[in-house]
Design a protein around this ligand. Structure first.
Ligand code: MN
Length: 242
């Protein structure tokens, strides 16, 4: 099926994972954590037609990689996919928050100048700051908020500006995650794994497992699993539209 947020390059055996994901998924977004990682992943994974490699600077390491921002900007012309980018307001990263914000703002600005990109965005404990940065972006319908865990007020604002949401099975296991999902219009939702960080019984979740969220979603939304799956396909086509 599809996975809108997978760290394929961080599995123990990226090529094996990529080969199988390419066979089993019609679309996998392989996010990266730095422009240098994107260069390596692009070279190794370009043979797989159903995998797109997203150019990223992960907010948790943004302060260590700010010297790669110029490289990021120069590579942005070569891809339609950006991620993982965003902001992380966790307390241990507080002192780097201004650096994170200036990097994220610049990335969003450059994406607008190039006519928009599909962007997978991290917003842990920073959803209102993320939305403040996105508010100026004319292509928010191409933004996919990954593992959203912000307030319902921020959620409503994100829906209003047309952001998409990629949801994973950890969200289905938490009360807050289920509440967020229950507020989401079906036409804005896509499946993700966030593997290998997300695990099942101490084993990393795989890109072809993303679709398993359809069971939980069908219960929350009170529609059939087939309808959830058909909606995912429609939503994917929507964000991939030029
Ligand atoms: Mn991630």
């Amino acid at each position: 099926m599809m996975d809108l947020h997978s760290h394929i390059d961080l599995y123990e055996n990226p090529l094996d994972v990529a080969r199988k994901a390419d066979q089993l998924n019609e679309f996998t977004l392989a996010v990266t954590t730095s422009p240098k990682a994107w260069l390596i992943a692009s070279e190794k994974l370009q043979q797989f037609k159903n995998i797109k490699i997203a150019l990223g600077i992960h907010p948790e390491i943004a302060h260590e990689r700010c010297d790669e921002l110029d490289l990021f900007i120069s590579l942005l012309r070569k891809t339609n996919f950006v991620g993982e980018v965003g902001l992380d307001g966790s307390s241990h990263l507080k002192s780097f928050f201004d650096i994170q914000r200036s990097i994220f703002k610049r990335i969003i600005k450059e994406c607008s100048l190039l006519g928009g990109r599909v962007v997978s965005v991290h917003s842990r404990q920073a959803s209102s700051d993320v939305l403040n940065c996105l508010y100026q972006y004319p292509y928010t319908d191409k933004v996919v908020l990954h593992w959203f865990s912000g307030s319902i007020i921020d959620l409503k604002l994100a829906i209003k500006i047309g952001c998409k949401f990629s949801v994973n099975e950890a969200m289905l296991k938490s009360k807050k995650g289920r509440e967020i999902i229950s507020q989401l219009p079906m036409n804005l939702v896509l499946p993700e794994t966030d593997g290998p960080f997300l695990q099942r019984r101490k084993t990393p979740i795989m890109p072809w497992n993303a679709i398993d969220v359809k069971e939980g979603l069908s219960k929350i939304w009170n529609v059939s699993e087939e309808e959830v799956e058909a909606t995912f396909r429609k939503n994917l086509n929507e964000i991939l539209k030029v």
